[in-house]
Every structure is written in C-alpha cells, then in structure tokens.
Design a protein around this ligand. Structure first.
Ligand SMILES: [Zn+2]
Ligand SMILES: [Zn+2]
Length: 201
C-alpha cells in the first residue's frame, strides 16, 4: 500500500509498505480521506520524543471498515467511520475527563495516530475499534476534518452553550480560518445565538 511517512526531521516521503496487521480489538480501515492539519507542519519541522520518525502522517481519518480483529463487533464491517486519533495514558485525571489530547504524560508517550504512531495518510490503517465514531452518509473529506478541526471548535463552543441560550445572546468568533469557520457552524447547530465572525482578511 502507499503511505506518506515522516522519515526524518523535515522530510516526508510517499513510500510502499505492506498492509498493517490488525491486533485484537482492532479493525482495518480502507482510508477514504485523511486531512492535512497545520500541526503536521510542526510535527515535520520540530520532532519531539512523542513523534519520533519514522511513522505515517495523518491524524484526521475517515475510512471504511474492511477487516475485524478478534473481539470486535461484526456489525462494524462495511461501516464508514472517523477515528479519534489522540492517544493518552488512559489513567490520568485529564484522560479520565476525556481530554486524551491533553494527557499529563503527553510529552513521554506517542501523541497518537499520525503523531508518532502510523496514521491515516495511507491506503489502509489498523486502529483500535474503541477509537471509531460512526460517519455513515457524510462526505469523507468533510468528516475527516471534523475529528480535529471540528472537535477543537466544538469543545470551545460546548463549554459556553449555557451562556448562549439567552434571548439576545451574541457569540463573536475571532479568526475565520481552519477552526473558526467550523466554530461558526457549531454555534449555529448548538445555539440560537447571533454569530458575529471577524477576520483581518
Ligand atoms: Zn491536527
Ligand atoms: Zn493521561
């Protein structure tokens, strides 16, 4: 299969690799779309212990389940899914609250799929079934970006939903780039607030 891998600091190459084996509680995905995130530039240019090369890039992933590892739900076969890529130790206070991207041990452990562990810029990927979120019926390219850019914006808005339910509530989005334009959509979906978005361009 093809895989776009970070092979050394500042270097990524399209290479041929054997398809990844799947372990217990994992599934294999045929990748339909993988987002390019601004973080990928930081990963390429400033490698840290948590994203030691070589590994396949891509932490915004949408694909179809094509193979099931032992112990996984047979109903997953053929489903279109997106993947929650950030790892975490799974034990610290932040991981327990769901913020695996902000794990207390994030400087010591691989940060996630495409961030030190083989990610989604490949024809196929093996992932833990517990990381899958149903995405049937969504455009794969749009769905992939929801897992990172969308989730980041969602988190910013979700913490303020109670403040934005009042009549006359106004939300201001400062910066309408890769995250901000999604914040506008999330605000419209979750709140009745008037949305004002500003940008220098
Ligand atoms: Zn990202
Ligand atoms: Zn943790």
């Amino acid at each position: 299969m093809r895989a776009y891998r970070m092979t050394a600091t500042g270097t990524a190459r399209l290479v041929e690799l054997p398809p990844p084996p799947i372990g217990p509680d994992q599934v294999r995905l045929q990748v339909l779309a993988a987002g390019v995130c601004h973080s990928d530039l930081h990963v390429l240019d400033a490698p840290a212990a948590m994203w030691e090369p070589p590994f396949t890039l891509g932490h915004e992933i949408c694909g179809t389940v094509t193979d099931l590892g032992a112990g996984t739900d047979p109903g997953l076969l053929g489903r279109q899914v997106v993947v929650h890529a950030p790892y975490g130790c799974g034990r610290c206070r932040r991981c327990a609250s769901g913020a695996t991207n902000d794990c207390d041990r994030r400087r010591e452990l691989p940060a996630g799929l495409g961030l030190g562990v083989d990610g989604g810029m490949a024809d196929e990927i093996a992932v833990d079934a517990a990381r899958l979120v149903d995405a049937d019926g969504l455009d794969p390219a749009e769905a992939a970006a929801l897992t990172d850019a969308g989730l980041t914006s969602y988190r910013a808005v979700a913490g303020s939903v109670d403040l934005l339910g009042d009549p006359g509530a106004v939300a201001v989005v400062i910066g309408v780039g890769g995250l901000g334009h999604l914040a506008v959509g999330v605000l419209r979906a979750l709140t009745g607030a008037r949305v004002v978005a500003v940008d220098t361009r």
